[in-house]
Design a protein around this ligand. Structure first.
Ligand SMILES: [Fe+2]
Ligand SMILES: [Fe+2]
Length: 323
C-alpha cells in the first residue's frame, strides 16, 4: 500500500426501488404486505436518486474498496435482485466491491430461483481468502468469505434468513459461527486488521428481539474471545458506534444509516450517508479514521458530516486493540 492510506467506503440498506409489480410466481403473504408497505410509505422515504448521488460522491473520493452491508432490495423478488446485480456492476468490478445480503434480500424462501446467488461474484473470497479457508479447514464456498486489502482483511457474513411476516430477525447458524471463529483466529495470527461485515447488529442490545440476530449472544461471546478490529453493520438505518470489550481490546461496532433515506422520518442520524474508513499508520494498521458524508438536511447537498478517529494499539503481529 506504500504511503497511501487504504480507504474503504461503507454503505448499506440502499433499498433500491421496487418496480415492475409483484412476481406472481413467487408471491407470498409477506411479499404482498411488504409491497403494500412499499407503495404506501417506503417508496417516498427511500430515494434511488439519492443513492446515485452518494455513489457519484463515493467515486469522487476514489476509495480502494466499497463494502455494501445488505438490504439492496425490498421484497427479495427475482426481478429486484436482477436489477440490483446491474446496480452492482455499475458500482464497480467485483474485485473492488464486497457485498453481503440483508433480510430484505433474502425475504422469503424462493423456489427454483438463484436469488442473491446472482451477486455471487461480489460475495466470494479472493485468492488470499480461498487459501486461508483451505488451510484452516473451512469450506471455501458460501459464508463467511474473506478478502484481503493490504493489511486489512474483510470477513463477509450472511445473517439473512427467510422469516414470517413482521419479523426482520436474522441468524448466522452454528456452522457459520464455527467457521468465523477459525477465520478470526487465523487472521489474528497473521497480524491482519480484521473488519467484519454483517447486516444485522451483532449485539442483542443494539436492536429489538423481533429485528435482531437470534444467535447474537453466541456471536458476542466469540467476539469477546477472538476480538476483531472493526465490525460494520446496517439494518437499523441509523448511525451508531458501540464498543465491545474483548480479550485483546475493545471492538468498535459501527452502524450506518441507509444510503437512500431521503427524510429524517426515522429519527436523528438516519439521513442518507456513507462512511469513508481510512486505515492509517504503518501499512494501514495503526489508526482508523471514519469520515461520514451524506445529507445534513433533507434535500440538501452531500457534505462531510463528521470525522472520528479510532486508534489501534500494539503491534500488528500480536494482539491488536482499539481505543
Ligand atoms: Fe434496511
Ligand atoms: Fe435489514
Amino acid at each position: 500500500m506504500g504511503g497511501k492510506p487504504l480507504t474503504l467506503a461503507h454503505l448499506s440498506d440502499p433499498h433500491l426501488p421496487t418496480s415492475g409489480g409483484l412476481s406472481l410466481r413467487h408471491l407470498t403473504l409477506k411479499q404482498t404486505l411488504g409491497y403494500l408497505n412499499w407503495q404506501c410509505r417506503r417508496k417516498d422515504v427511500f430515494s434511488s436518486v439519492l443513492v446515485d448521488r452518494l455513489i457519484v460522491d463515493i467515486k469522487d473520493h476514489a476509495p480502494d474498496h466499497i463494502a455494501v452491508t445488505g438490504d439492496l432490495v425490498n421484497l427479495g423478488m427475482p426481478l429486484e435482485i436482477e436489477a440490483a446485480a446491474e446496480w452492482l456492476m455499475a458500482l464497480g468490478p467485483q474485485a473492488d466491491v464486497s457485498v453481503i445480503p440483508g433480510n430484505h434480500d433474502i425475504y422469503v424462501r424462493l423456489h427454483r430461483d438463484p436469488g442473491v446467488a446472482r451477486w455471487c461474484d461480489y460475495m466470494r473470497s479472493d485468492a488470499f481468502g480461498e487459501q486461508l479457508l483451505r488451510e484452516t479447514g473451512v469450506r471455501a464456498d458460501g459464508f463467511p468469505f474473506v478478502r484481503r486489502l493490504g493489511l486489512v482483511a474483510l470477513i463477509g457474513l450472511n445473517s439473512a434468513v427467510p422469516t414470517p411476516p413482521f419479523v426482520a430477525a436474522g441468524a448466522l447458524g452454528d456452522a457459520q459461527l464455527s467457521r468465523l471463529q477459525s477465520i478470526l483466529q487465523e487472521l489474528e495470527r497473521l497480524g491482519l486488521v480484521r473488519v467484519v461485515l454483517i447486516h444485522h447488529p451483532p449485539l442483542a442490545r443494539l436492536t429489538s428481539r423481533r429485528r435482531g440476530l437470534r444467535d447474537a449472544d453466541a456471536l458476542e461471546g466469540m467476539l469477546q474471545q477472538c476480538g476483531a478490529e472493526l465490525v460494520l453493520h446496517g439494518h437499523n438505518h441509523t448511525n451508531s458506534l458501540a464498543w465491545l470489550d474483548s480479550r485483546n481490546g475493545r471492538v468498535p461496532i459501527l452502524g450506518i444509516a441507509s444510503a437512500g433515506m431521503a427524510t429524517s422520518a426515522e429519527g436523528a442520524g438516519s439521513l442518507a450517508r456513507y462512511n469513508l474508513i481510512r486505515f492509517l499508520g504503518a501499512g494501514g494498521g495503526q489508526r482508523i479514521e471514519v469520515i461520514g458524508r451524506g445529507l445534513a438536511v433533507p434535500g440538501g447537498p452531500i457534505v462531510e458530516l463528521d470525522r472520528r478517529a479510532l486508534s489501534l494499539k500494539g503491534e500488528l503481529t500480536g494482539a491488536v486493540a482499539l481505543e
